[in-house]
Design a binder for this molecule. Structure first.
Ligand code: C5J
Length: 228
């Protein structure tokens, strides 16, 4: 086993049974001019996660680890959009409406796509999820079980929403999650701080927290067990 320096204690992992899970690094959340910014959010808080996530992504690819990307969004006919999600926020322009980068959070639209810096490459599954959690109404659990994955290295946005929901879902399904703090982001610095704290509180109630540098150090020294 290899160990990453982490809180509340070291995270032991095997690259062959671990996957890098990158949550919702989509233009509409992260890029200037997208839906997130149109709602009045400062996307620079999220953009800080791009460079460290890219370093982790490159290293995971080199190590032969499974890499999975997720995107939050809906069918063009919006048949999978719950009414409460459509109505929430009383927005003038909400999900399914015309937005700055195409129809907001609709699959196939530019804003729904993953940012160029972290674009998936052939062979990397992309999970389209209609909810906040990556396990709800998706085949993520089956994909992980079929590949005998038991540990998730988690990056992405936003920390207190889709990252948290996914980590909680994963934890309840028996996966150990290591969240890389500098590879996550929230529009609200106070939510970022407390969201990260909550994961590792009480002996790691939802999982472990580390950062990209510590994970890269551990991966560089990892025993050669990754899949081909
Ligand atoms: C949100 C997400 N915040 N990916 N989505 O609606 O966290």
């Amino acid at each position: 086993m290899n160990a990453v320096r982490a809180d509340p204690y070291e995270f032991e992992f095997d690259p062959a049974t671990s996957a890098l899970l990158i949550i919702d690094m989509q233009r509409d959340f992260v890029d200037p001019g997208g839906f997130g910014e149109a709602l009045g959010n400062d996307v620079s808080h999220l953009r800080k996660a791009i460079a460290p996530t890219k370093r982790v992504l490159d290293a995971a690819r080199r190590a032969g680890m499974l890499v999975i990307h997720t995107r939050e969004g809906h069918r063009p006919d919006l048949a999978d959009l719950p009414r409460n999600k459509k109505l929430r926020g009383r927005l003038k322009s909400g999900i399914g409406d015309a937005g700055p980068m195409g129809r907001i959070l609709v699959r196939g639209e530019r804003g729904h796509g993953i940012i160029d810096e972290l674009a998936p490459i052939p062979g990397e599954p992309v999970v389209d999820k209609p909810g906040k959690g990556a396990f709800h109404a998706t085949d993520l659990d089956a994909m992980l079980k079929n590949r005998v994955i038991s540990q998730l290295i988690v990056c992405g946005v936003t920390t207190e929403v889709c990252v948290h929901t996914t980590v909680r879902e994963a934890n309840d399904r028996g996966y150990d999650c290591l969240v890389l703090e500098d590879c996550t982001g929230s529009y609200f610095p106070e939510f970022q701080a407390v969201g990260i704290k909550m994961i590792k509180a009480q002996g790691g109630i939802f999982g472990w927290v580390s950062d990209s540098a510590r994970f890269l150090e551990a991966l560089a020294g990892a025993k050669g067990t990754a899949r081909a």
